[in-house]
Design a protein around this ligand. Structure first.
Ligand code: HEM
Length: 405
């Protein structure tokens, strides 16, 4: 068997099968019923149960260790220094960088973006509401977070197309290398290098000319005499954009598609726009844009759900599957936007819980509220198409008709 085929067998499903892509949840259900933590090959676990995913994410016995599992996401810079975004680090390095980043990327900075988010959503929707079929992804779902995150970081408007291109290559490159074509892996590597070069230059400029943006805040942030090094700063900027842009876009896209498939839910939301917070949590649970909250290595002999896991074994944490676990959610396969939001795993949990969750929530709440309160939306006849990705779940094309209400 070739190495690629052996690696592909790590998953007890075919991630590129069109049926799986359209609806992976029946496959996840049968895997979970077989075993919520399944040993699929020597040294490899796939976890689809809610308590089991939650335990692995919270358990300090699992981590990134030497980085061998995420080797394709780790690079070396011109000075021979390892460049590893902090999402792939363990304590104490992870704790140190995350503390500095969350200090700079504060809740008040995000709340200030609300009126800009409203302005962006309103402008994009007004342009799209022609009564002719439009792709909701390009018209709103991708356009809004891309603009908002670029502005937040302080990227000049004329450079935004570069970011969209780099982010698409990085998003595709989130899947394990054996699922990528050599061209896709090469595009990811090139995008990463260009991105880093761009941010290194922007950070240098912000050192001498600070502005009211996140790059300036990251340059300036200090705690107990500690600061981010130039390498940490650049890899953090890349992480924020690559983790934040497509995931938010696909939450908006998956959310709109789910509401269109369940018109009574769309009507409930339209009648209760004040409930946007709960609606967005349920949409995140029902069709999570980030299906896999990364992989972890067992850093020592440990266990998952009472089964022994040896040091060095790998775990794939399928949060999209966990969010449909009937042990955690009543009628887990049913979309119910009026349900009382319970904490789901769409943003992960534990030490690596999503730093951008407040921004993703704000952007999606604003976009969807603007959409359902001011417009009538219908599916257009042309078929929707899903993106080709396992870690990220979303649409490439989501044709809709929009008319002012
Ligand atoms: C709907 C949108 C989003 C989803 C579903 C999502 C999901 C996640 C998940 C599941 C993790 C945990 C990864 C792990 O445990 O290994 C994570 C971490 C992270 N996310 Fe998000 N994310 C979203 C939006 C954002 C945004 C808008 C930003 C920033 C602009 C962001 C920045 C990050 C960062 C920096 C981490 C790493 C945190 C750490 O390692 O301590 N994310 N995200």
């Amino acid at each position: 068997m070739s190495e690629t085929a052996e690696l592909a067998n790590l998953f007890p499903f075919d991630p590129s099968d069109p049926g799986f892509r359209a609806d992976p949840y029946p496959v996840f259900r049968s895997m979970r019923e077989q075993a919520p933590a399944l040993r699929t090959a020597p040294g490899m676990w796939v976890v689809t149960g809610f308590p089991e995913c939650s335990d692995v994410l919270r358990n300090r016995s699992f981590g990134h260790g030497d980085g061998s599992l995420v080797a394709s996401q780790i690079t070396t810079n011109a000075d021979g220094e390892e460049v590893r975004p902090f999402v792939f680090l363990d304590p104490p390095d992870h704790t140190r960088i995350r503390r500095l980043v969350t200090k700079a990327f504060s809740a008040s900075m995000i709340e200030k973006l609300r009126s800009r988010a409203e302005e962006l959503a309103s402008g994009l929707l007004a342009k799209a509401a022609t009564g002719e079929p439009v792709n909701l992804m390009t018209s709103l779902a991708l356009a809004m977070p891309s603009q908002l995150i670029s502005e937040l970081l302080g990227v000049p408007a004329e450079d935004k197309p570069l970011f969209e291109q780099w982010s698409a290559a990085l998003g595709r490159g989130l899947d394990p290398d054996f699922m990528l074509t050599p061209e896709e892996a090469e595009q990811r590597n090139r995008a990463r290098a260009e991105f880093d070069e761009y941010f290194a230059e922007l950070a240098r400029r912000r050192q001498t000319e600070p502005a009211a943006d996140l790059v300036s805040a990251l340059v300036a942030v200090a705690e107990d005499g500690d600061r981010l090094s130039q390498t940490e700063l650049v890899s953090t900027c890349r992480l924020l954009l690559s983790a934040g842009y497509l995931s938010t876009a696909h939450l908006i896209g998956n959310g709109v598609a789910a509401l269109l498939r369940h018109p009574e839910q769309l009507e409930w939301f339209r009648a209760n726009p004040g409930e946007a917070v709960g609606v967005v949590e349920e949409l995140l649970r029902f069709d999570s844009p980030v299906q896999v909250a990364g992989m972890r290595l067992a850093l020592e002999d440990t266990e998952i759900a009472g089964q022994p896991v040896a040091a060095g074994e790998a775990v794939t944490i399928m949060v999209g599957a966990a969010n449909h676990d009937p042990r955690a959610f009543e009628n887990a396969d049913t979309l119910d936007v009026s349900r009382k939001p319970e904490r789901n795993l769409g943003f992960g949990v534990g030490a690596h819980f999503c730093v951008g969750a407040p921004l993703a929530r704000l952007s999606t709440q604003v976009a969807l509220t603007e959409l359902v309160t001011r417009y009538r939306i219908e599916r257009a006849d042309a078929g929707a198409t899903r993106i080709d990705n396992l870690v990220l779940r979303g649409y490439a094309d989501l044709p809709v008709l929009l008319n002012a209400a």
